[in-house]
Design a protein around this ligand. Sequence first.
Ligand SMILES: [Zn+2]
Length: 143
Amino acid sequence: MRHLAHDFVYYSLVWFAHHNKLRTNVKISCPLCEAWPESVDHLFVCCAVASQVWVCISAWLRIPPFLGFTAIDVLESPWVLDGGKDKRKWIQAVILATFWSIWKARNEKVFRGKRQSVDQIVAYAKEWVEFWVKHRSAQVECG
Ligand SMILES: [Zn+2]
């Protein structure tokens, strides 16, 4: 999970850096809200769509809303770091599933012209977490 998380964040950042370099003279707005320029922190955290997704996710986890302006701020929110090891791993898995779901929604809009609702983005993140939990318990049973 940790490797997947780091790879995902790393490749996203590389992609954005490359993309930003290529479009210095072109203004590309965020595919989700179409109101602000696209950047990693905007897309995953500050975007109006992403903010609504995080409100739903924190309510689902029964924790206070995530605070911050960057993707790292979310991953390192005090209630994520303060919990026990298991709780922290669980919340971080949910955060990564949410990043992944937001990324998928962005690609759906960019490559297929399809807009996903906040509910769809949240539902996909939850599905991803459930899949991960099932896969993980299957591994434990086999081991
Ligand atoms: Zn946006």
